[in-house]
Design a protein around this ligand. Sequence first.
Ligand code: ZN
Length: 243
Amino acid sequence: MRIAVLSDLHSNLVALDAVLADLGSVDAVWVLGDIVGYGPEPDGVVERLVEIGAVAVAGNHDAAAVGAADVGWFNPDARAAIEWTQRRMAPRTRDWLAALPMTLAEPPAALVHGSLREPLWEYITSGAEARPNLRLLAGQRLTLGLHGHTHVPVLWRLTGEELELLRVEDGTRIALDERVVLANPGSVGQPRDGDPRASYLLYDTDRAELVWHRVGYDVGATQSAMRRAGLPAWLVERLAVGH
Ligand code: ZN
């Protein structure tokens, strides 16, 4: 099976459509949360995911948008965008988001937004978070932890006691074996690794391989929609620099 793994779409429909056009035919689309928040088209993004039959888990922004998580943890811009989303999204969008699970097991893979031990909120940014989460995964007899939340595409791998961090870029291929890994596809809707192009991952179960991809999209179109919506200026500007 060829499976597209997408994360942190953040209501950016122009970016999502560019990714869907780029990835071609796949057998499944897995979404690692933060479907809404920051961007201008929460209804459009959820409609598209429903249309393509995507399987998804909730992110912290999705939980906050439906009132299941406290917006007090968000910075002022993120909070303003969540409050805008709450006012604007259709009831069916809200219902779909509210029904998302926090974790999904698709052996040998696990799907979460932040991390296995703290699905909504933990950022895996260093070995201090990666190592215990890799052990937790191994304890569940799973080998592939798929997570987002940092908006930065990377791979963590445990070989015995040795922990490796692999930076990934467009076209990076990683062969999967018996070792336990955490893979982050990067962000579709708001990349933060200095590359404004949308980021996603293809997981080929027959080849046991992960391949990262980047795809340019019309950033200006999303920015114009955000300005029209009155979303915070910094959220508009950061899309152009990928930060
Ligand atoms: Zn996010």
